[in-house]
Design a protein around this ligand. Structure first.
Ligand SMILES: [Fe+2]
Length: 322
């Protein structure tokens, strides 16, 4: 079982893909890192470099009808055209796109673009799609290939955007940033910030950013009920999963299977995103704050917060500075 995926190590890349414009310009180099899992096709991840958009080609505008896309814009600068607005996205931002939200991107330079997906029928076709990609990686650029039968068929193409009003990023709801979380909770040694809500992800997951100080520690229950997927953008975190120990640094993914007892300890101040987002962090942290303020006597009983964590699938029994 692989727990650690360093995005700067090519051995973690599968399904290399060059996505070309009709005249042959390579607009995107895409690498799949994680295949989707389960009926909601969760835990799917691609690591792309989006190449500079040429001014004369216009913006490729499209929407999805079932899939959700969460992109980390990790370098470079780009414009997004979405819901009637145009806005500049700076590195360190997260672009969150829901079904029927038509979107088009203009890349001012090469952009490291890390995508996390759910509900997107990315690998429909299973082994047949894998064989096709392996034996004929350029199939999408072949005019004979029936596009409506493509493994990723959740695309509806739209007319290029026109007269979209330019706004600052904070006025464009799909652009999220840890500078402006939807909710935040201060814990001992860490700030937990919510970037997307469960109600925005059709009930499946939420997106959190954990800003953690050196020494912050978390330990799971013996049988964690969720798989975790973390994306580290700053700092160093030491993990233990079953008996195995390893250190994650920036631009690493950490994938920890359900039932696997785990802990982590921050070695250098870190910024880590919970991109799996299965625990109901928002419900737990909100109710925890309420009971701490409204009924401190009840909050002080160890079973109170323990029961609350179990109720909301928060599979860590301890977090704070040791
Ligand atoms: Fe898209």
């Amino acid at each position: 079982m692989q727990y650690l995926y360093d995005l700067n190590d090519p051995k973690n890349f599968i399904w290399p893909l060059e996505i070309k414009t009709p005249d042959g310009y390579i607009g995107e180099h895409q690498q799949t890192v994680l295949f989707p899992e389960g009926p909601r096709r969760h835990f799917c991840m691609t690591d792309s470099v989006m190449h500079t958009t040429r001014p004369n080609t216009g913006v490729h505008f499209h929407e999805h009808v079932v899939g959700y896309e969460t992109f980390f814009v990790d370098s470079g600068g780009m414009d997004i055209y979405i819901t009637g607005k145009k806005a500049f996205i700076k590195p360190g931002s997260v672009l969150f796109i829901q079904p029927y939200q038509a979107h088009g991107m203009f890349f001012h330079e090469d952009v490291k673009y890390r995508g996390f997906f759910h509900d997107l029928p990315y690998a429909e076709g299973g082994d047949a799609a894998k064989m096709l990609r392996t034996t004929n990686p350029d199939f999408l650029n072949d005019p004979e290939f029936p596009k409506d039968k493509a493994p990723l068929n959740d695309f509806a193409f739209r007319e290029p955007p026109h007269s979209f009003k330019e706004v600052p990023p904070e006025e464009c709801a799909p652009i999220r940033h840890r500078e402006r979380p939807m909710a935040q909770f201060e814990l001992d040694g860490a700030m937990f910030k919510m970037l997307t809500g469960r109600w925005e992800n059709a009930g499946l997951c939420e997106l959190w950013c954990f800003e953690m100080k050196k020494g912050f520690y978390a330990e799971s229950y013996k049988y964690p009920v969720n798989q975790d997927l973390y994306y580290l953008t700053e700092g160093k975190v030491k993990f233990k999963c079953y008996a195995e120990e390893f250190v994650a640094h920036q631009e690493c993914l950490v994938k920890l299977p359900m039932y696997a007892p785990r802990s982590f300890e921050v070695l250098e101040d870190a910024v880590m995103y919970d991109v799996g987002g299965l625990p109901r962090w928002n419900d737990y942290l909100t109710d925890r704050e309420s009971v701490l303020a409204l009924d401190p006597e009840r909050a002080a009983k160890p079973e109170t917060l323990d029961d609350m964590r179990k109720k909301f699938g928060v599979h860590y029994r301890e977090f704070g500075v040791r």
